[in-house]
Design a protein around this ligand. Sequence first.
Ligand code: BEZ
Length: 210
Amino acid sequence: MAIRLGDVAPDFTAETTEGTVSLHDYLGDSWGMLFSHPKDFTPVCTTELGAFARRKSEFDRRNVKLIGISVDPLESHRSWVGDIEETQGAELNYPLIADPERKVADLYDMIHPNASDTLTVRSVFIIGPDKKVKLILTYPASTGRNVDELLRVIDSLQLTAKHSVATPVDWKHGDDVIIASSLSDEDAKQKFPEGWNAPKPYLRIVPQPK
Ligand code: BEZ
C-alpha cells in the first residue's frame, strides 16, 4: 500500500555504510529525510550524494537526520563512496542503505515499474519527530533534486508544526506567512495581537513568527 502523508513512516532494519540501522531508532527525537538513488555509479546520483554531504550541517542545524538508499549491495556502496569524495569534494557523512533485495524500496514504493522495473525513482520522505510522514516528493531518475528546495520545505514544515500558519508560494525563511484557515479571527487576535493585513477575509498575512 502506498505511503501517504500523516502515516507512520514504516520502520525497518537495514545494512548501511554506517552499520546496521533501524530507522526509528536512528531518527530518535529528530526529524528525518529518507531519499532514494536509482543506482550506484550513476552521474546524477553521484552529484546528489556529494551535495547532501557538503550541506549536511544545514540539515543538522534543523535537527534533520539524513539517510539515503540505493538498491545496490554494500560492497558497491563502499567503492562508490571513494568516487563521490574524489569528484564532489565531500566524504559521505550519513548512512547509505544497501538494499539488494529491495526490501526498503518495496516498503516505501520506490520502484515505479512504468518508469523502471529495476531502478528506484528519486523519492524523498521527510519524517517528523512523531515518526509521521510530513512530505513526499518523487522525481524521475534523470532529474537531480534541489537541496535549497529541500531545506526550504523543511523550514516550512517546522514553522507550520509550531505556529498556526501556512507558507505561501515561493516562501522562504523570513518572508511573511498566512494565518491558518482553521483559526477564527477571534482566535487569531489572541495569537497575532498586532493584527494582520487581509486583502481578502480568507487571506490574512502576518510577519513570520519568531
Ligand atoms: C543518474 O544518476 O545519473 C541516473 C541514474 C539512473 C537513470 C538515469 C540517470
